[in-house]
Design a binder for this molecule. Structure first.
Ligand SMILES: [Cu+2]
Length: 146
């Protein structure tokens, strides 16, 4: 039993190292100089990848490629904000709920946005803000660490 747990722990550690290595490579290798990610659409209503890891307060560049066949968007919500809170909110309310907002991207197009990661560590939800899409599964997690 114990050795099995140790094996799982090792595997998780190896995975974490692998992910760290990948993040470094995509960020250009300059530690602390920000990170860059490419997110695309899979199966029409899923983000790929659906988990992004960034450091608190760093500059993050996201290129969103709409590889689906409907218009999609990429929006990061503030901590504690849920997808249902944003859909139906006024534009002014909406801005306060968001960390970053990308306008709708037509099918086959892409858009790039640079923003500053939140300074408070934790998990932030990102969604496609086209009505119904977050509910259909276009949801992901931005994990902010120190
Ligand atoms: Cu969408």
């Amino acid at each position: 039993m114990k050795s099995k747990h140790a094996l799982i722990a090792l595997f998780v550690l190896a995975l974490a190292l692998l992910l760290a290595a990948c993040g470094g490579a995509s960020g250009g290798g300059d530690a602390g100089q920000g990170d860059a990610f490419e997110v695309s659409v899979k199966d029409e209503f899923t983000f790929q990848p659906d988990v992004l890891k960034v450091k608190a307060g760093e500059e993050v560049k996201i290129t969103f490629k709409n590889t689906g066949s409907a218009p999609h968007s990429f929006v990061i919500l503030n901590k504690g904000v849920l997808p249902d809170d944003v859909v139906g909110a006024s534009e002014e309310e909406g801005h306060e709920m968001l960390v970053m907002e990308m306008h709708e991207v037509a099918a086959g197009q892409s858009s790039t946005e640079t923003f500053t990661a939140p300074t408070e560590p934790g998990d932030y939800i990102f969604i496609c803000a086209v009505p119904g899409h977050a509910q259909a599964g276009m949801v992901g997690t931005l994990t902010v660490t120190n």
